[in-house]
Design a protein around this ligand. Sequence first.
Ligand SMILES: Cc1cc2nc3c(=O)[nH]c(=O)nc-3n(C[C@H](O)[C@H](O)[C@H](O)COP(=O)(O)OP(=O)(O)OC[C@H]3O[C@@H](n4cnc5c(N)ncnc54)[C@H](O)[C@@H]3O)c2cc1C
Length: 484
Amino acid sequence: MKEFEIGIIGGGIIGCAIARELSRYSEKTAIFEKFADVGAGTTKGNGGFIHAGYDPLPGTLKAKLNARGCLMYPELARQLSFPYKKTGCMVVGFDDNDLAHIRQLYERGRENGVPDLEIISGDRIFELEPEANREIKYALYSPNSAVTDPYKTAIAFAENAVDNGVELFRNCEITDIQRDGSGFLLQTPEDSYKVQYVINAAGIYADDVSRMAGSEDFHIICKHGDLIIFDKNSEVKMSMSLFPTPTSTTKGIALGTKIAGNPSLGSTSVIREKGDLDTYKEGVEQLLAGAVRLVPNIKKCKIIRAFAGERAVVENNNNDFYIRPSEKVPGIFHVAGIQSPGVASAPSIAEYVVEMLKKSGVHLTKKDQFLAVRRERKLFAEMTDEERERAIAENPAYGRIVCRCEMVTEGDIVDAIHSVVGATTVGGVKRRTRAGMGRCQSGFCQHRVIEILARELGIDPCQVCYENEGSNLLIRKLKGEGIS
Ligand SMILES: Cc1cc2nc3c(=O)[nH]c(=O)nc-3n(C[C@H](O)[C@H](O)[C@H](O)COP(=O)(O)OP(=O)(O)OC[C@H]3O[C@@H](n4cnc5c(N)ncnc54)[C@H](O)[C@@H]3O)c2cc1C
């Protein structure tokens, strides 16, 4: 049986960030993720905004960890080569009522330690965002707000953790947790693992994991959010993110830009059943109505994708993150209720968790050798012409375009499959390379991606899944030896 000092349940952005932070220490650490990929839970279905930290109530964990997390991102993005763009953002107001909200956010931001906030008005707003509605009168300008692709950030944390000795088990659902001497036995359908300490980073299922261990009986409510992505070749090119003044429950419908340049819109906030990732007509309508108020021209843009995510909110927890050692079962640590801004806070949550472990008596020995930097091969689409020529000369697979919309080559896909935490599914290839993220949404490239996955993984094309077990895309061969 494999034994570890620390077992992290959940390979979302939070579990992966914690694993990377723990990989600075010699104690053996493992991540157990039930999906086929890391970052494939809530981490793949969100707005991707790195909020600056003016929104959470002062004094909460959210406030402290969001403000610090946002400022940690630029250096981490450099070290780990994940997408990061400091676009800045504005919370906009149309009247004096909104201005009062904006002033409140400004004061909150100052209390939370958010630097460089400004209240602005008039032409300055339109200089910063020429697409903004001309009826906007005031704005809170936050220059340090940014965007990322959170699934790529999670993959980067995981790859760097693995490079530093963390073991990652995918397709590995923890179904039971039992006390075993001074530690715990983690049970999966196939195996058992012995760990001394458990970090519960299981996202919307963290309450189930807690109950499995006989630990605290908290309850997670899922706040479902619809999101929209527009074609990146649209007439509207957003320079930054725009938010309306928030309500008591949500930051409101925000219009921003994805790293790749697609205008993006998110998100609604409605309590729904756990596991409901359907998109709702009324949600999409609400998003569009909110967007038109911020940028009237958004009407001219074409939607290429609507999707949904679920925020994990711990009931009766002051709308805050729930990060604490278990009082009932010493050795279990909950990192639960990581609702928005969980992406923005992930790096500081990881730091906080390591300090919490130390304070709780977990012995951690700093390593002499820690690889802080992760090297990733540039995607073909990001290369200069000279780099492209060199890449094709080295390997002709870089000369074969598979996804025309996003200019993804066979070489990019093969790299993604054989990287440190390699893609094993069509969704995994998509998140690493953007194959299928363009205007045609994989209409022209999916069969090629399946073919390449099957070839590189040495499996039958019928075994290739879109995401998790059971999501096979092909049923059987119709004729001949080619693809089914
Ligand atoms: C609509 C929406 C918009 C958002 N927008 C933003 C934003 O713009 N900025 C921002 O900062 N935050 C945003 N968030 C919040 C952010 O997405 C989350 O805070 C973050 O992704 C949470 O990460 P996580 O690792 O806790 O959860 P997850 O990504 O869900 O990871 C938990 C993992 O645990 C695994 N797991 C569960 N049970 C088990 C088990 N028994 N065994 C093994 N593995 C298990 C799951 O498979 C999953 O992969 C948004 C969220 C939503 C829903």
